[in-house]
Ligand binder design. Structure first.
Ligand code: FMN
Length: 305
């Protein structure tokens, strides 16, 4: 009897593990980085357009940025696609794998934003050199491209066909005119879900702000990077009016703790540097660890991811 119960328990645990794994798989969302690990933007750009988008994605996603540098640089003649040129010849040659000059260490990254220009509707062949050279097992690739007008989907299909083991999200095509909001949205779906803390720079010192899990904190992240001149008030707080409003859900906290970062009304950001009892109502955004007495002066605070 005891043996039967034991075997049933093992079976239940096994089923739980199997079902658990399936749920994990189904939850993979497009453009969502996979873990709390490092991410990198790795890009190839022949004339600088993709490079410019890559830099903005790296900044918005707090990723390291690595350029794929061709061993033989592409000249304008090489890119003159209306004539017989090197780029056209490479694209037409299924075996072409242009050499990469630099060594790229991808081992520490879970998520790779992979950027390239569209060449004849697809990825430039040097991207295949990258895929052939490095082990992308278990890493999530989030492609992005620039182009004259072509979309990204053909290139993503080709990448998936080229190596069916790659985990590749649907990706996105960008134009140079795309706003920071568009870039943040590309990386931000994920950030809003997972960012638990951000940084504040006050008087050249860096502090960590532990964010609340609420709509106000999530919206605040979208404003970053942000620099505010914050005015002194009452010997216990610094405040600044934002030029945009945040979602408000005020309540009286009873006590303010030194380091609390609050929203007063819907557009006034307050950092308290002393603890005291209060009768006022605020929406809590987060708490700054180890915040010292900030003194009587007005201060400048830089907030960053
Ligand atoms: C050989 C070659 C082929 C191209 N093919 C396409 C194409 O099929 N569709 C498109 O919209 N743009 C195409 N373009 C334009 C590039 O995708 C576009 O200019 C891109 O933004 C360049 O990025 P980069 O400055 O990072 O190199 C092509 C450019 C070259 C050089």
């Amino acid at each position: 009897m005891k043996k039967k119960v034991f075997l049933s328990l093992i079976l239940i645990m096994f089923l739980f593990l199997v079902v658990g794994c399936d749920v994990k798989k189904e939850n993979v969302t497009p453009n969502k980085s996979t873990s709390s690990g490092f991410s990198a933007v790795i890009y190839f750009s022949a004339t600088g357009t993709t490079k410019s988008i890559a830099e903005r994605i790296a900044k918005a996603s707090n990723s390291e940025i690595i350029e794929i540098i061709p061993k033989e640089k592409y000249t304008s003649a090489d890119l003159d696609y209306n004539h017989d040129c090197r780029a056209n010849r490479e694209q037409n040659d299924s075996k072409s794998r242009p050499l990469i000059e630099n060594t790229i260490d991808i081992s520490k990254y879970d998520t790779i934003y992979l950027g390239y220009p569209i060449w004849w509707g697809t990825i430039p062949k040097i991207i295949l050199t990258l895929i052939d050279t490095y082990d992308f097992t278990g890493k999530t690739i989030i492609p992005f491209c620039t182009s004259g007008s072509s979309g990204i989907s053909g290139s993503v299909d080709d990448l998936r066909k080229y190596n069916s083991n790659l985990i590749i999200n649907d990706g996105k095509r960008f134009s140079l005119s795309d706003s920071d909001e568009v870039i943040r949205e590309f990386v931000g779906v994920n950030m809003n879900e997972e960012v638990k803390n951000i940084k504040a720079f006050i008087n050249d010192n860096e502090y960590i702000i532990n964010l609340e899990d609420n709509e106000t904190a999530k919206k605040f992240i979208e404003f970053l990077p942000l620099e505010l001149n914050m005015s002194e008030l009452n010997g216990n707080e610094k405040y600044a009016n934002l030029d945009k409003t945040l979602p408000e859900n005020s309540a009286n906290p009873g006590r303010i703790n030194a380091g609390d970062m609050m929203l007063y009304g819907d557009d006034c950001l307050v950092i308290f540097y002393k603890s005291f009892d209060t009768t006022y109502s605020y929406t809590k955004i987060g708490h700054i660890d180890n915040l010292p007495d900030l003194g009587n002066e007005n201060i400048t605070v830089k907030f960053e991811n």
